[in-house]
Write a protein that binds this ligand. Structure first.
Ligand code: GLN
Ligand code: ZN
Length: 771
């Protein structure tokens, strides 16, 4: 049985790619040095996979920034604005490539970077292809061919080139002008695929992997036709190449019969996300075809060890129906989404030897894939029996570990009642009570929570973590920063103050470190985009709050001022969304545990005299399932989790929430169902257009539409903000409106922050005088 892999992390096991590319961007290393760093990572990756026993090893899965951007360059889909750069002397192909990813400001050119967006429901971000009506494609880059040659030399065998499937590639892009649909471009794109495949064939390629995760999205007739046409086109021209079409992250849904009938040699399915897909497949005419199936049984999206028996059951079902020649074993998707190597973890971060046994990172997952292939080929060998026994023992130990199980937490969730999810009174009554108590002016001004995380703040935290500063010294420093921030907010005349979040490294990590049930790896980095990596916390057990987390800081900040200070928390859905979540219970259940932990904190803040509490939920929307038919169920528990966290307080305590994304239309009902007293959102870049969803819905509660973009150092003028506020006041009741920036200010510097907020306060005063 063939053990294969769809893709391997390319950041390097010690983030070598990050270091090498950032050096290059800073002008501190040469083009050749960067190229060599890439070569070293690829070589390591290929040899690691070979040594693990993977027989079909991917190539062209490496990228200096993003595989979709690589492809745009390969097929010469370079937006017009970058053309001058392509002809500029001294600018090499890699510079052009990075310019497309990151923008370019040099030699009189000012080129805006291409847009970046989330890769399906992962935390990886790809560079969005831009298409024009007259778009043409041609073969431009040699990357895929040189990668193939390089892999062949390193491995001494034939690698499997990975290419974005033509339909998914087009679907992931954007039309930059009207009058056409991007799928109309398929006929112009396919001849370039033809050229690429014929070159690869000449080089000796046997298998080609087409990544078509678009196949798991809800589709229309046009899309389905495009898939069928594309593969018919390629099949006719290459009867001898073996095509593997890879889907992942979801079930096929209405695309099932289309997918199973594609004229290809193998179809990859994600049995972690969609365990029923195998039965579905075996119920179609697929069974009587010649097509092989690649079973994605090892989770490429999470970090838990595989349940070998469960995977073997699936493999057996497939081999019984199709014969073992037609079955391949693989991770569920590219391993890009998992950290590199568990072996580099030591105990310090809380990944104790006990927890470590439960985990598998990319390298360990390769071993699992190979083990599964071996196990199903030789079910009765001694080796096999030993592997299975070991795996069963570890899984049983995990299930029963006191580290994981907190009966009190489980009980609390199971006894959830309506009272836990409802405030005492409806919004109307709460609003009256809150207005009486807080006595704020119309258009009250506030910020989203964080103030600049300066070099000084980061250095102090690093020193504390390294033991070079005592806790007392560090906390003194944080108190001083907080005090400065409070004084300064008072001076410029903000109405509702914040403490500034100086004590927080990151809005999820900070809470994870204070909650039970979380562990932190030391080197568990995953690529987020380009050179940016994230290290998600690991939720391994029942979540419990051993003691108050933020009360001390909120109380301190409030003690410094008669003005109200807003307490600041991260919501349960966002904590869930940005962590590796345990796979031994539904995500929903873990989210409910988080919700109760946050609820306790909210109640403690109220008890400490905090009158407004913000529960940030920027990740609610990104948690939406890929297929629409699953949205309702997710939104139901996500909204419930938020309501649990917010409903423990009295009517006169004002609950805020914050979300910084732009698409509210689809989910406005659920946002209203969250019933936060105040919601602050990002709207400035769209000139308040994003408010439309709230207006059309007659959104009843208070709302703070962001009046300036915090992503840029540019200081907005008072007039601009007055104009935006007037726009908002035209369409929403004035008593419901707040004035605030789009998001937190931690990535900004103080000079622009000071000026921008002064102007904002001024803008609020101006509109107050108008009503
Ligand atoms: N309170 C957080 C901050 O201000 C919110 C961040 C976010 O929305 N991503 O930084
Ligand atoms: Zn935000």
């Amino acid at each position: 049985m063939v053990a294969h892999n769809l893709g391997y992390p390319r950041i390097g096991s010690h983030r070598e790619l990050k270091k090498a590319s950032e050096q290059y961007w800073a002008g501190k290393s040469t083009h050749d040095q960067l190229v060599e760093a890439g070569q070293r990572i690829r070589r390591d990756n290929w040899l690691t996979q070979q040594q693990a026993g993977i027989t079909l090893i991917p190539c062209n899965d490496f990228s200096f920034y993003d595989q979709i951007l690589d492809w745009s360059l390969t097929v010469d889909a370079i937006p017009e604005r970058f053309r001058p750069l392509a002809n500029q002397p001294g600018v090499n192909e890699l510079d052009l490539y990075f310019a497309m990813a990151r923008g370019y400001q040099k030699d009189g050119l000012d080129l805006i970077a291409m847009e970046m967006t989330k890769w399906f429901d992962t935390n990886y971000h790809y560079i969005v292809p831009e298409f024009s009506k007259n778009q043409s494609f041609s073969l431009r880059s040699e990357k895929i061919f040189s990668d193939f040659e390089e892999a062949k030399t390193v491995l001494g065998s034939i690698p499997k080139p990975v290419v974005p499937g033509p339909v998914t590639y087009l679907l992931l892009g954007k039309e930059k002008e009207g009058g056409f649909h991007r799928l109309d471009l398929l006929d112009r794109l396919l001849p370039v695929y033809e050229q690429i495949l014929s070159r690869l064939q000449e080089q000796g390629a046997e298998w080609i992997q087409f990544d078509e995760p678009g196949l798991v999205l809800n589709s229309d007739e046009q899309q389905r036709t495009a898939y069928a046409r594309a593969y018919r086109f390629l099949r006719e021209r290459f009867p001898n190449l073996k095509f593997l079409v890879a889907s992942y992250f979801e079930c096929f849904g209405e695309n099932l019969s289309l997918a199973t009938q594609l004229p290809v040699d193998a179809l990859h399915i994600d049995l972690v996300r969609c365990p029923n897909q195998l039965d579905d497949l075996l119920n179609t005419a697929f069974v009587t075809s010649q097509t092989r199936v690649s079973l994605g049984v090892v989770d490429g999206r999470n970090i838990w060890i595989n349940d070998l028996n469960r995977s073997l059951e699936l493999i057996r079902k497939a081999t019984d129906a199709l014969g073992s020649d037609r079955v391949l074993v693989a991770p569920s998707c590219s391993l890009l989404h998992t950290p590199c190597d568990l072996d580099s973890e030591t105990e310090a971060g809380g990944v104790t030897p006990e927890i470590k046994q439960w985990l598998a990172f990319a390298r360990q997952k390769l071993d699992e894939v190979v083990k599964l292939a071996t196990l199903s080929a030789q079910p009765d060998s001694e080796q096999t029996q030993r592997w299975l026994a070991e795996n069963e023992a570890v899984l049983a130990a995990r299930r029963n570990s006191p580290l994981i199980n907190r009966p009190d937490v489980q009980q609390r969730v199971s006894r959830l009642t309506d009272r836990d999810t409802h405030r005492a009174s409806a919004f109307g009554k709460r609003q009256t009570l809150q207005h009486q108590r807080l006595n704020l002016p119309l258009f009250p001004t506030t910020t989203i929570g964080s103030f600049p995380q300066t070099e000084d703040v980061r250095i102090n935290r690093a020193k504390f973590k390294k033991g070079e500063k005592t806790r007392e010294q560090y906390e003194d420093f944080i108190r001083t920063e907080t005090q400065k921030a409070i004084r300064w907010q008072e001076e410029i005349g903000l109405d509702v103050l914040v403490h500034g979040e100086f004590e927080r490294n990151d809005m999820v990590e900070y809470f994870g470190e204070l909650l039970d049930g979380f562990a932190f790896s030391q080197n568990g980095w995953v690529q987020s985009y380009g050179s940016r990596c994230v290290k998600p916390p690991i939720i391994y057990g029942d979540v419990h709050r051993p003691e108050a987390m933020t009360v001390r800081w909120a109380e301190y900040a409030q003690s410094l001022t008669p003005k109200p200070v807003k307490g600041m928390l991260t919501g349960p859905v966002t904590i869930l969304q940005w962590s590796f979540v345990r796979d031994d219970q539904p995500r929903r259940d873990t989210c409910m545990q988080l919700a109760f932990a946050i609820r306790d904190e909210v109640v403690d803040l109220e008890r400490a005299g905090i009158q407004l509490i913000q529960i940030d939920e920027p990740a609610i929307r990104e948690g939406l399932p890929l297929r629409r038919e699953n949205w309702a169920a997710y939104l139901d528990w996500a909204v419930r989790a938020f309501r649990i966290s917010a409903s423990g307080v009295g009517d006169e305590t004002q609950i805020h929430t914050h979300m910084c994304y732009s698409e509210f239309n689809d989910i406005i009902q659920q946002i209203a169902d969250m019933d936060a007293d105040v919601i602050t959102i990002e709207t400035s870049r769209s000139q308040m257009e994003l408010l439309d969803a709230f207006v059309q819905f007659n959104y009843p509660n208070e709302i703070g539409p962001g009046v300036y973009d915090i992503h840029s150092p540019r200081v907005p003028t008072t007039d601009e903000m007055v104009a935006l506020l007037n726009k908002a006041a035209d369409v929403l009741p004035v008593r419901n409106l707040w004035v605030n920036p789009d998001c937190g200010l931690k990535t900004r510097r103080w000079p622009e922050t000071e000026q921008a907020l002064k102007n904002m306060v001024q803008a609020a005063q101006t509109v107050r005088n108008l009503v």
